[in-house]
Design a protein around this ligand. Structure first.
Ligand code: C2E
Ligand code: MG
Ligand code: MG
Ligand code: MG
Length: 290
């Protein structure tokens, strides 16, 4: 749990703050203002092809710039947004903003796929397929340049979720299962859900060299995904050793601080001048930590 934010530093709430100024109720009140006053922003984390070093996409991750509290991590407010239903307008904003930004990149010749995290509530409380369709129409983004990330906790109404996902896939949008391996009934969902990609949860990747069980789990997820013709992405790659292990076991793609933290668009553009063609600057023999 981080301390009060300085410049660009995250703010995670301590339990003391939850009892005082920042309790779930005031956070909800402030979230309503934040939607009106547009206090949210998106950072983008690169997703790298582990065999070529190519940047193939970015994941959009929300941040809240509160005028008094500073930059707030999604872990601190997404659960409250979900409980209060505010995740629906917030999620719609994220979708629109990510598509708008990616259209700008596409037009300037640096297009890549943008991934957007969706909450189960967005499936339950909106006609998600038509929301997405309208957003693509309004922003002019090519559906192939959008991916949605769902989690295994989408248990509410499986029949409806599957129908929605099928509609979404028909639009040409890619679907991935985020935090794979941490939810219930992984294999059940895998069989039911029409998805393209599995994202191996960071908790497994971070333990790769401490725990042989995690090695086995990661190897198993990769080979299962490959056998099912699914794309597989490792989240949270922080060390060269983790990268080497994942490459050795033929994991297709990866994200993590080793490559880059999530960045505001302007910084991302500086670091990856030609997003699509940035392969060489990411030559996998290079020292990422320099
Ligand atoms: P996620 O979708 O699994 O996103 C990956 C999280 O891992 C991000 O945290 C990212 O900054 C962090 N991460 C990436 N690489 C590394 C690494 O190498 N080491 C470490 N320690 N962390 C790494 P972030 O941005 O704080 O987001 C946390 C979670 O909040 C996300 O997990 C996602 O579930 C949720 N979230 C973020 N943005 C949105 C959004 O727009 N809508 C919804 N519904 N949820 C969101
Ligand atoms: Mg995600
Ligand atoms: Mg997620
Ligand atoms: Mg994840």
């Amino acid at each position: 749990q981080a301390k009060k934010s300085g410049n660009g530093q995250y703010h995670f709430f301590s339990s003391a703050e939850f009892n005082g100024d920042m309790n779930p109720y005031t956070i909800e009140v402030e979230l309503r203002k934040a939607i009106e006053q547009k206090q949210f922003t998106l950072h983008y984390q690169p997703r790298i092809n582990l065999s070529t070093g190519e940047l193939i996409g970015v994941e959009a991750l929300i941040r809240w710039e509160h005028p008094k509290w500073g930059l707030i991590s999604p872990a601190s407010f997404i659960p409250i947004a979900e409980d209060s239903g505010l995740i629906v307008p917030i999620g719609n904003w994220v979708l629109e903003e990510a598509c708008k930004q990616n259209k700008i990149w596409q037009v300037s010749g640096m297009s890549c796929v943008v991934s957007v995290n969706l909450s189960p509530k967005q499936f339950a409380h909106t006609n998600l397929a038509s929301v997405i369709k309208n957003t693509l129409f309004n922003t002019g983004l090519d559906p192939h340049l959008l991916e949605i990330e769902i989690t295994e906790s989408m248990t509410a109404d499986i029949t409806r979720t599957v129908a929605t996902l099928e509609e979404i896939k028909k639009l040409g949008i890619q679907v991935s299962i985020d935090d794979f391996g941490t939810g219930f009934s992984s294999l059940y969902y895998l069989k039911k859900f029409p998805v393209n990609t599995l994202k191996i949860d960071r908790s497994f990747v971070s333990e790769l060299h401490n725990n042989p069980d995690e090695e086995t789990i990661v190897k198993t997820i990769i080979s299962m995904a490959r056998n099912l013709n699914l794309n597989v992405v490792a989240e949270g790659i922080e060390t060269k050793e983790q990268l080497a292990f994942l490459q050795q076991h033929l994991c297709h793609e990866g994200q993590g601080f080793l490559f880059s933290k999530p960045l505001p668009p302007s910084v991302l553009e500086e670091k990856f001048p030609t997003i699509q063609k940035s392969v060489k600057q990411f030559g996998l023999t290079k020292d990422y930590n320099e």
